[in-house]
Design a protein around this ligand. Structure first.
Ligand code: GLY
Length: 580
């Protein structure tokens, strides 16, 4: 049985609210969302989209495992959360199977074969930002469909039709738009208007969609049907491929039929580390996430954050300094390891962390080189994260993205899905900041067929060899520090999942040398102490931005707790082994 996230005070209320919520969801009315953790004993799904969480929970309650649910969530989010859920983007999945196997699937986008190192530079050698963000050239070869299908085939238990049909239904029958979606479309209306196919999807004959309107995506439903019927050939060949390549030719993009045909997801060994006796399983390159996460945790392990206390100036100072050093290493060493020899073992070695942190001064802020001063991003850093656990001991941590919100804003005409603008995650020019203000060098230079460096950090934390926490986040370069803070909140500060996910966050990334600070993350006293230590740029995000969206699942003695990050409009849905 599936229960939605409205948190009951009693079991009776729980079931009344469960039925009310499920009924409202299917009747299309807007579901009111409580901001507390959901609890269930049969499995849990936490995503940014209530429809997608519902799909995942339905799959679990039909007997599917966490892998089936995560793949179904991936396809559903391509329909119901188009700003980051996708068919035209890429993602990473970290999987823990009940038999103890851990594996990751990399379906990151690749640079098209016609891409070249300087493709985003003008004649003076300066980066033309618009090209890597808002043009057909911004799109990497999509990987999501290949990855989701490979994962399902290898570790799922249900058929492709069972897994994709819910997404087809959502696209074909439509969903009733809530405020989150309607406002999201409205905010990007100008960008969509540049592309007729985008305007056709995200406006109603040129007029803005309103809250409560039914939103039907016929072309996307047809694309999903082709994938359901033909598998990867339904996307990388035939009509979908023809439409995508025609879109490229219309807009001067580079993705060719051969690029699509050649795309393969890659099974990679996870990054593994330990932190105070817990095992950390996360994503290897082309993500920087797992390496940096483990590196930072290694640096912090020698420091008693619990004794310092959550939110204390000393704990925050120590974390900032670990972040500063790890992100400096990111710029130099991290890239697609199929193209560049990333020194992974060294970077995640505890001895290296000790040496790297040896110059840490508990009394004084370090200094980042003044290389680039990135601006605050004017647009949200979209991406999205979903966490799933089932009662058999399978766990899936899945982060997927189009890069910026709605990617390039370009819908493939006739195919109904958005193209990513992931090429901006490459280092278009050495030491020059990308959209997220992070810099890169040769390790992340553009090369044909190479995967651009990511910060996505889908992570599973094991306790005594069993999945305890599944977490991750969107947020570009801030993904890694958000993920780390959730983990520290659970392990060091012994917070409930609710508190661990909700608590205010901060972020430092070496350059620009500033700390982004969510409201209430620093008390006035804490701020003064940090400033006295030399942290001069403590930049308040106010209500303009928040850091991350860490939809997470925690296994506790009471069952699975699911928490949709209250910063956004996600939903956690639990499944019961039997009705309570
Ligand atoms: N596009 C954001 C990331 O992959 O890090």
């Amino acid at each position: 049985m599936v229960r939605t996230m409205d948190q009951p005070r009693t079991r009776l209320v729980s079931w009344i609210s469960a039925f009310v919520c499920v009924a409202l969801t299917f009747s299309g009315a807007v579901v009111a969302k409580a901001r507390v953790a959901e609890l269930a004993d049969g499995g849990m799904v936490a995503t940014r989209s209530s429809w997608a969480s519902q799909v995942g929970a339905d799959i679990l309650s039909q007997g599917g495992n966490a892998v089936d649910a995560a793949v179904a969530v991936g396809f559903a989010m391509a329909v119901t959360y188009p700003s980051a859920g996708n068919l035209g983007g890429g993602g990473f999945m970290v999987i823990h199977l009940a038999d103890g196997t851990v594996i990751t699937n990399d379906h990151r986008e690749k640079a098209p074969s016609a891409a070249s190192r300087d493709m985003f530079l003008d004649e003076n050698g300066d980066v033309i930002k618009e090209l890597s963000l808002h043009s057909h050239l911004a799109a990497g070869v999509p990987g999501s469909v290949a990855g989701l299908l490979d994962v399902l085939e290898k570790h799922g238990t249900m058929t492709r039709a069972q897994i994709i049909q819910p997404a087809i239904d959502l696209a074909a029958k439509g969903i009733v738009l809530d405020r989150d979606m309607a406002e999201g479309f409205a905010r990007r209306a100008e960008a969509f208007a540049k592309y007729p196919a985008s305007a056709a999807v995200f406006t109603h004959d040129g007029k803005l969609y309103q809250i409560g309107d039914r939103w039907v995506q016929k072309d996307l439903a047809a694309t999903l049907r082709r994938i359901k019927d033909k598998g990867r050939a339904g996307f990388y060949q035939g009509k979908t491929a023809d439409l995508l390549v025609a879109e490229m030719q219309r807009g001067g993009g580079l993705i060719s039929h051969q690029d699509l045909l050649d795309y393969r997801s890659v099974w990679r060994e996870p990054i593994r580390g330990t932190y105070r006796g817990y095992e950390i399983i996360s994503m290897p390159p082309p993500s920087s996430g797992g390496v940096l996460l483990v590196q930072m945790l290694n640096m912090l392990e020698a420091h008693d954050l619990a004794a310092m206390g959550y939110g204390s100036a000393q704990a925050i100072h120590t974390m900032i300094e670990a972040e500063r050093r790890a992100y400096a290493d990111r710029a130099q060493h991290l890239g697609d390891m199929d193209f560049y020899p990333v020194p992974i073992q060294q970077l995640i070695d505890k001895k290296y962390a000790k040496a790297r942190f040896a110059d840490f001064d508990p009394a004084k802020a370090g200094k980042s080189e003044d290389i680039e001063s990135g601006q605050l991003a004017p647009e949200s850093m979209e991406t999205t994260h979903a966490s799933v656990m089932d009662a058999q001991g399978n766990a899936v941590s899945y982060t997927t993205t189009l890069n910026l919100s709605y990617g390039s804003k370009i819908v493939v005409s006739g195919a109904g899905f958005l193209l990513n603008n992931e090429m901006d995650d490459f280092s278009a020019k050495e030491n020059t900041a990308n959209y997220y203000g992070v810099i890169g060098r040769q390790a992340n230079a553009i090369e044909p067929g190479k995967r651009m460096l990511s910060s996505m950090t889908p992570t599973i934390v094991l306790k005594d060899g069993v999945p305890m926490l599944v977490t991750g986040s969107p947020g570009g370069s801030t993904i890694i520090t958000t993920t780390m803070q959730v983990i520290l909140n659970v392990i060091d500060h012994q917070m409930s999942l609710s508190d661990a996910v909700s608590s205010p966050r901060f972020h430092h990334q070496w350059v620009p040398d500033r700390v982004l600070v969510e409201p209430f993350a620093l008390s006035p006293d804490t701020r003064k102490v940090l400033e006295a230590k030399g942290h001069k740029q403590l930049l308040d995000l106010g209500t303009r931005f928040s850091l991350g969206d860490a939809n997470s699942v925690l296994r506790t003695d009471r069952g699975f707790e699911g928490m949709a990050d209250p910063r956004n409009a996600g939903t956690a849905m639990g499944v019961f082994k039997s009705a309570p």
